[in-house]
Design a protein around this ligand. Sequence first.
Ligand SMILES: [Zn+2]
Length: 152
Amino acid sequence: MSHDKNCIFCAIARDEAPAHRVLEDEQTLVFMDIFPVADGHVLIVPKSHRENLFEITPEEMAAVARMSRRVGLAMRHALAPEGLMVFQLNGAAAGQTVFHYHMHLMPRREGEALALHTRVPGDPTRLAENARRIAMSLEILTDRAGSDQRPR
Ligand SMILES: [Zn+2]
């Protein structure tokens, strides 16, 4: 796994910085956005340092997409949002603020104002609680899928 020693998401992926982790697989890591725009705001990153869409490999992008479906289903199960926004920003001009590819999964409510970022950190207790609830739903849904899971 390539990494950038000045990158906060690389530090989180290598377990060298704290995060409210939800799940990981071979290629991706899922954790709560420390500056949540909405309650339950999640990020999915490739474990390798890839700045943006132009650097990530198709395989890593596919791994992030697969994970986004799995986590999205768990967020629906755990948090019951009215909608779920999935987005990914490339370059400062597009609003990217951490230059390690990341996909946002953001619960949405009807009529709520739309924002992409905030500078207000989330309440650590609430972040931990949401991470735990989503992780629990992931387990429940994975158990339910059971024999439906095709072998690799
Ligand atoms: Zn990085």
